[in-house]
Design a protein around this ligand. Structure first.
Ligand code: GDP
Ligand code: MG
Length: 707
């Protein structure tokens, strides 16, 4: 966080309702940004506390523990270490817990209590506790933990939020008093002695108070990754020293017949269970409610029904993306046309007007047009994620996907790639592990998106004969399926290859237990959609606009004397087309296709209209029909043979399967990976695939005597 205003941090397990509470507190008054250098979202908002008071709220990523396992947990653990150095320390922490799973959720809370920061316990999901006819003794819970306040609430039913605001007011007025000192972790003397050198180290070099030094020592014993978060704060030689101290302590711990990896967990759970029991805080859980999720799971994660239901759901989702999106997409198209017309009437003719209409409006339009598809897909993704179903899908698919370096959660984003890579790439945010997420992003554009469809349709319709094979299979249909198949198989192979070269940051954990099924909150869902949509339009829009202007410039300059007809071959784009002709001739392409390849960067389907323009097809009636004829009639003046043959068509299609030709995708990959390195890498490897794929097809085909 860059600003130094006082703020309150929201912390809790994934799915405990942090975001729901954040939304209730801040309304639309929130900013989403990425943590510097990485792609995890940071949400900061201003909460209205009424009585004229406000406070900043920071929604931290979900964590089960301050011991860093996932990328999210690493971020949180690093932030906590910074706080402990006095940097950007929050005025208070709201520890959000799922009251229906109290003991498991309190694990993190007890870790937060060590930090000497006031903790407000938001006992969320009380609606579920009530439904189970359970009770929680709030007063006892408060004094047992020694927290500033315990606020029973339900973000779903919107109650308890006023009480939370009130205790936030008290905290910010600094007149809150904890009834007791915070609950301390009890560490047996034998273990405390083993930890001693590390605790002393922390007291000396990190300036931790003794109690914090002890628990932090315990944590780095448990996981080596917990030590990495100290790297920015210590010199390399001190780090060496700490590692040596740790290794020695681990040896001692293991020798005393305790597994060091579960040491902190064991001590904390012992503490929590003992305290909860002695205060009689939790009544026995009603077994009926638990078994409902289990019953549903018997079907939804069934060996055979599970995948079938998943495929059915996917089919339904894609069906609706195509059908529901087409109408709003038409409206947006119409709207962009109207804006363009308005600019044309409002501005005097000239280069500047052309730039606005053809560069800016058309360029930004080309990305706005994806918005309906993105929102619909995001809607379903959020629904599946929040309801708890996505965790099951990930669970079912994980074994298969991890063979190629992906995660079970990669499946849905990859499938979305068939509609459009952009929402698919945005949907990879559900993948916690950075490496698995990155690989998913990098291969996603190989899934044939709907923008390739016009290219396939044009080439297949014009050059692949309408034959039936084996009595039932239509040759045109087979070729179409082959194109989709080619992209998908290649994607999986590439994933397997690059996963060997990308370094893993944080390990992928499937320790995640399956969350219970829940009905998602409508308000939370729609707010999420709104924020995502805004993020997409603003961030990707900026990059698109810049690239559109460059493309427009290349296609429109130098200006010719004769403005009446379009001489695209004289433009810079045309020059580039002719310039690259020798390079693409071995693929069977001429300079006109070359221009198409360049203009395709705006959007793949643009190649169709580019070719249409090049062949001076009048834009009356059916564009595709007109260009089909024009392509068939194009004769190579040198050889006297048709320029386009089925082999050239096949070569073009293979090129489009592989080529990285969508600047909107680059913009979004740049955004999601926070660097130009990955979109560049993607462009290079995909272009190489496209080039050599087409070369193989065309040259191989010629050798085999095809044409
Ligand atoms: P986060 O991962 O901690 O940010 O959790 P979210 O705010 O995304 O909530 C996770 C799920 O729990 C969503 O489906 C919410 O709709 C649901 N949820 C949030 N608060 C409550 C609540 O008080 N009661 C119930 N029953 N569900 C809730
Ligand atoms: Mg959240």
């Amino acid at each position: 966080m860059s600003n130094s205003q006082p703020y309150v941090a929201l912390m809790g397990n994934p799915n405990s309702g942090k975001t729901a509470i954040f939304n209730l507190l801040t309304g639309l008054n929130q900013k989403v940004s990425n943590y510097p250098g990485i792609t995890v979202e940071q949400r900061l908002g201003t909460a209205d506390l009424s009585e004229g008071k406000t406070t900043q709220i920071l929604d931290l990523p979900g964590t089960y523990s301050l011991t860093p396992e996932s990328l999210d947990e690493k971020i949180v653990a690093s932030q906590v270490v910074e706080w402990m150095q006095g940097k950007n320390k929050p005025a208070a922490i709201i520890s959000v817990v799922d009251a229906a799973n109290l003991s498991r959720n309190l694990y993190l809370t007890t870790q937060l209590l060590d930090l000497n920061i006031p903790v407000i316990l938001a006992l969320n999901m009380m609606d579920r506790v009530k439904k189970r006819k359970q009770e929680i003794d709030l007063e006892n819970l408060k004094s047992m933990l020694g927290v500033t306040a315990v606020i029973p609430m339900s973000a779903k039913q919107h109650w308890g939020i006023e009480a939370l605001q009130e205790s936030l007011r008290e905290v910010s007025a600094k007149n809150s008093h904890s009834s007791k000192t915070p609950l301390q972790l009890y560490i047996p003397e034998k273990i405390e002695n083993i930890l001693e050198p590390i605790s002393k180290f922390f007291e000396e070099y990190i300036a931790y108070p003794p109690n914090l030094a002890k628990t932090q020592a315990l944590r780095i014993i448990t996981r080596k990754s917990a030590l990495e978060v100290y790297e920015p704060h210590l010199s390399p030689s001190r780090i060496e020293q700490l590692i040596a101290l740790r290794d020695e302590a681990v040896e001692h711990i293991d020798a005393s017949a305790v597994n060091h990896r579960i040491l902190e967990a064991r001590l904390r759970y012992e503490l929590i269970d003992r305290e909860l029991q002695s205060y009689h805080l939790e009544k026995v859980e009603n077994p009926h409610i638990e078994s409902r999720s289990e019953k549903v799971d018997k079907i939804l994660t069934h060996r055979i029904w599970g995948p079938l239901i998943f495929i059915g759901l996917l089919y339904g989702i894609f069906q609706s993306i195509f059908t529901w999106a087409s109408l709003p997409m038409d409206w947006i198209d119409l709207g962009i046309g109207l804006v363009g017309d308005a600019v044309i009437t409002a501005m005097p003719p000239g280069i500047f007007r052309d730039l606005i209409v053809e560069g800016v409006v058309a360029g930004v339009g080309s990305i706005l047009i994806f918005l309906p598809q993105i929102l619909i897909l995001m809607f379903f993704m959020t629904l599946l994620e929040d309801s708890g179903y996505m965790a099951r899908v990930a669970f079912m698919m994980d074994a298969v996907m991890s063979k190629v370096g992906l995660h079970g959660k990669s499946v849905l984003p990859l499938m979305s790639g068939y509609a459009c890579a952009i929402p698919g790439i945005m949907a990879t945010r559900t993948i916690d592990n950075w490496k698995e997420r990155l690989i998913t992003i990098l291969i996603l554009p190989l899934m044939s998106c709907s923008a390739r469809l016009p290219v396939y349709t044009l080439m297949i319709g014009a050059f692949i004969p309408q034959k039936t094979i084996g009595g039932i299979f239509n040759l045109q249909g087979i070729i179409m399926v082959c194109m989709y198949f080619l992209g998908t198989i290649t994607a999986l192979i590439i994933a397997a290859v690059i996963s060997r070269f990308i370094e893993n940051r944080g390990k992928s954990s499937f320790v995640m237990e399956l969350p219970p099924y829940r009905i998602p909150l409508a308000t939370s869902l729609f707010r999420q959609l709104f924020i995502r949509g805004k993020l997409f339009v603003v961030n990707a829009g900026k990059i698109i606009m810049a690239i559109s202007i460059v493309l427009w410039f290349l296609a429109s300059f130098p200006k010719m004397e004769d403005q009446s007809s379009l001489h695209i071959q004289d433009s810079y784009a045309g020059k580039i087309g002719q310039f690259i002709e020798p390079a693409i001739a071995p693929l069977g392409f001429d300079w006109k296709i070359g221009i198409g390849l360049i203009t395709s960067f705006a959007a793949r389907e643009v190649v169709v209209s580019t070719l249409a323009t090049l062949y001076n097809v009048e834009n009356e009636g059916d564009d595709v029909l007109g260009i089909t004829q024009a392509l068939k009639r194009d004769i190579d003046p040198v050889s006297g043979k048709p320029r386009y043959t089925p082999l050239v068509a096949l070569s073009i299609m293979v090129f489009y399967v592989y080529a990285a030709q969508c600047m909107a995708t680059f913009a979004i990959v740049r955004n999601e990976t926070n660097s130009w390195k990955w979109p560049l890498f993607m462009m290079i490897y995909m272009t190489a695939l496209a080039y050599f794929g087409s070369l193989l097809v065309y040259q191989g085909g010629q050798i085999m005597g095809l044409s």
